[in-house]
Design a protein around this ligand. Structure first.
Ligand code: PLP
Length: 219
């Protein structure tokens, strides 16, 4: 199977309202170009340096999504071009994204990452932390960031019921905060689902899936 075949198979399975982020981390430029030439222009990377290198080398109409954990001191490198930051997990990071976005005279869209998995190694906010960010009175002053949704990663397990429960809990949280829009908060995107679990994620209301190995092969 070629990369292009893999891409087409996944595209056929996605409902129209679900956006595919092709996760190209660790994969070379030639592999990314196969997906690009098939007409797909949305890619995800989890390391700042690697994303910057690829952005420089590849066509400028690619939308780059930062899906990994982002350190405050590295925001400046991706601020000129990043399309969506999936993994925001603190108000401090939001403030830095706002600052760097302003310097670049643009608004940066972000997702807040919620911790839904059993594994403690995965990043993300708990419900109280999410609530405190969305109700922080300083949030409306951050005119160069827009919180456009939530992101989560399910536990890496064969137990489908655990995965379903985790996606369902994120969907409930999303629906609850969706009704509470503010000037720069409008929850439209629910980013959940990877190669192993994107079909379940879609059943539970995902609007954006991040798929790497099912397109590009194992890393
Ligand atoms: C690597 C990665 C993915 C894609 O994982 P696959 O299992 O290869 O599809 C999705 N989301 C995040 C946050 C990742 O780091």
């Amino acid at each position: 199977m070629t990369i292009k075949n893999n891409l087409e198979i996944i595209q056929q399975q996605l409902p129209k309202n679900v956006t595919l982020v092709a996760v190209s981390k660790t994969k070379p430029i030639e592999d990314i170009m196969q997906v690009y030439e098939a007409g797909h222009k949305i890619f995800g990377e989890n390391k700042v340096q690697e994303m910057c290198d690829k952005w420089k080398q590849l066509p400028k109409d690619i939308q780059w999504h930062m899906i990994g954990h982002l350190q405050t001191n590295k925001v400046k490198y991706i601020a000129p071009f990043v399309h969506l930051i999936h993994g925001v997990d603190s108000f401090k990071l939001l403030k830095e994204i706002n600052k760097q976005a302003q310097k670049n005279n643009r608004v940066i869209n972000v997702l807040l990452q919620i911790h839904i998995a059993k594994e403690s190694t995965k990043f993300g906010l708990n419900t109280e932390e999410l609530d405190s960010i969305l109700n922080n009175s300083e949030l409306q002053d951050l005119k160069y960031v827009r919180v456009v949704g939530l992101m989560g990663m399910a536990t890496f397990t064969d137990d489908i019921q655990i995965i379903k429960n985790e996606f369902y809990s994120l969907k409930l949280l999303f629906d609850y905060y969706k009704t509470q829009n503010k000037s720069n908060v409008s929850l439209d995107i629910l980013s959940m689902g990877m190669s192993g679990d994107y079909k379940i994620a879609i059943d539970f209301g995902s609007t954006m899936v991040r798929v790497g190995s099912s397109i590009f092969g194992t890393r």
